[in-house]
Each structure stands twice: as structure tokens, then as C-alpha cells.
Design a protein around this ligand. Structure first.
Ligand SMILES: C[S@@+](CC[C@H](N)C(=O)[O-])C[C@H]1O[C@@H](n2cnc3c(N)ncnc32)[C@H](O)[C@@H]1O
Length: 272
């Protein structure tokens, strides 16, 4: 009985320790190899914003075609094979990613490359969720929520697909619709997202044994991003009135990643 209680405690601790500041500080030296010191947002770029835009638009155009939506000047009929989002991802970017049980014991779900090879410097997955400016209220949503991602400038992205977080995302997404156009995608809240990249909140933390193969990169969606492609963006602003461009976070590959590998990022980025 005592050993069962101890096991339960150990499991809870393993899952909680990433949010326990003294543990994080004590373990920083162990993560030195992958630890990133970031002084300002421009230092955070592994690839240029233009490259991120290009990759996302290539995939979103293909997803739009496969769902039957034709782009201006585009008269192609979608083939049956294109119906599956994973296949569309493979055809457009050369790899597929999926959520699966992590290769680490008691780490829950992780994200794996399941087909093809991710080349170095590619946006591999996106971090979905509601975007909060530093002054906006997130207290309730953040309680016992390991999915809140903090950007370098204090902007927060709540990638939890359950509870209040889920309701807030759905409500903000419905609110921001522009006439016939949706400006964000709520399907990342389900088991089969329309945008197959929208699983980045499930990427687990690296260790010395499992070094990071992806890193977070913040991406502000440019004004020129086509309105008909915004329906695949898995992020929405909490406040309708925010003047800032929509913040997205992509995870970019640090090296070539073959099929079969789990993605690992570094949760500890220190802002100087
Ligand atoms: C953002 S979530 C990642 C997705 C998570 N694996 C899940 O199934 O919900 C962060 C949580 O994942 C777990 N986790 C992440 N990296 C881990 C690791 N290297 N070892 C054990 N647990 C880990 C911890 O419970 C942490 O609080």
C-alpha cells in the first residue's frame, strides 16, 4: 500500500516538476547543451518569418484545395487521396507528424514524425491556443494548466484543449469570423485537426538523454496573410480589440528528423 502511494506521488512529481521553479533552476545546468538565452525577440529566429509564411501558406493552400475550396484562378478538382490531411501534409512539406504515447515513461502523449523526413530549419508543428496579451486575465484558465506557453515579450498562448481553456478558444474563434470567412481553426481541440501541424502543445521537454530536436519560434501573422487561408490558423486573440498582429508559435527543426523520432523541445528559455 505504501509503495503504491509512493509510486503515485512519484508520477505526480514527474509531471509537476516542470512548473516548480526551484527544480527548474536547480536543473538548468543539466540542460546547458540545449538551453537558449534570448535577449530580444529578433534573437529567437532560427528561420526567417518569410520562410515560415511560405511553408504555412503552401500547406494551407493544399488543405483548402483538398477540402474542396478553390483558390482564385485555381480550377483543380481535389483527388480522393488528398482528402486525408496527413497525406496533404506529406505531399506539401514531405513529412507527417502525429500525437502518440511518448517514448518516455510517464510523460503522457508526445508528438512523432511518422512519415518522411523533416529537413533542418522547417516549421514542424504549431503551438495552438488562445493568445493573451501580458495585461489580459488568464488566472482561472492557468490553474493546474501545463499548456500555457510564455513568449519572450510576455504574451501567453493557452494550448489546453480541455475545460475553460477550450470554451474560451471556441468562443473567441466564433466571435472573430469575418463574413463567410473563419479566421481561426477550432479543430485542434479534437483528435483530428484540419491543420495537422496544430499539435505542438503536446511536444515533451528534452533531457541530456533526449536532446531537443525542435525549438520554439514566435511568428506574428503578417497583414498580407490571405484571408481565405486564416481558417487554418490554430490561434485566436483573447481580446477582439487588440491592435497587435496575431501571435503564433511554430516549432522549428534543429536538424534533419527522420520518421520514428519523437519531437523534444527545451521548455527552459531564459529571457535576459
Ligand atoms: C505541455 S505538456 C506536454 C504534453 C503532455 N505529455 C501530455 O500528455 O499532456 C507538459 C507536461 O508533459 C509532461 N512532460 C513533458 N516533458 C516530460 C519529460 N521529459 N518527462 C516526463 N514528463 C514530461 C509533464 O507532465 C509536463 O507537465
Amino acid at each position: 500500500m505504501f509503495s503504491a502511494a509512493l509510486r503515485r506521488f512519484q508520477e505526480k512529481w514527474r509531471s509537476y516538476r516542470y512548473r516548480f521553479v526551484p527544480w527548474v533552476v536547480f536543473n538548468l545546468p543539466k540542460n546547458e547543451k540545449t538551453l537558449r538565452l534570448v535577449a530580444d525577440r529578433s534573437e529567437d529566429k532560427v528561420v526567417s518569418d518569410e520562410q515560415v509564411t511560405e511553408s504555412l501558406q503552401r500547406l494551407f493552400r493544399a488543405l483548402l484545395r483538398s477540402s474542396g475550396g478553390l483558390l482564385p484562378g485555381d480550377h483543380r478538382v481535389p483527388t480522393h487521396q488528398e482528402q486525408k490531411e496527413g497525406e496533404v501534409l506529406f505531399q506539401s512539406l514531405g513529412f507527417c507528424v502525429e500525437r502518440r504515447p511518448s517514448s518516455l515513461p510517464s510523460a503522457g502523449t508526445g508528438v512523432f514524425v511518422v512519415k518522411g523526413v523533416v529537413p533542418k530549419g522547417a516549421p514542424v508543428v504549431m503551438y495552438p491556443g488562445t493568445v493573451y496579451q501580458p495585461y489580459e486575465p488568464i488566472l482561472l484558465q492557468s490553474i493546474r494548466n501545463p499548456f500555457v506557453f510564455r513568449c519572450i515579450d510576455g504574451v501567453l498562448v493557452d494550448g489546453n484543449d480541455k475545460g475553460i481553456s477550450r470554451m474560451v478558444f471556441r468562443s473567441c474563434s466564433g466571435r472573430d469570423r469575418m463574413g463567410p470567412y473563419l479566421t481561426s481553426d477550432t479543430s485542434w481541440l479534437t483528435d483530428s485537426p484540419r491543420n495537422p501541424l496544430a499539435v505542438g502543445q503536446y511536444v515533451n521537454n528534452c533531457s541530456n538523454q533526449r536532446p531537443a530536436n525542435v525549438c520554439y519560434q514566435e511568428y506574428d501573422v503578417p497583414k498580407s496573410f490571405p484571408i481565405e487561408l486564416r481558417q487554418f490558423l490554430p490561434n485566436v486573440n483573447y481580446s477582439h480589440c487588440t491592435q497587435r498582429p496575431l501571435r503564433c508559435v511554430v516549432l522549428v527543426s534543429l536538424r534533419d528528423i527522420p520518421a520514428g523520432e519523437e519531437l523534444f523541445s527545451n521548455y527552459y528559455t531564459i529571457v535576459r
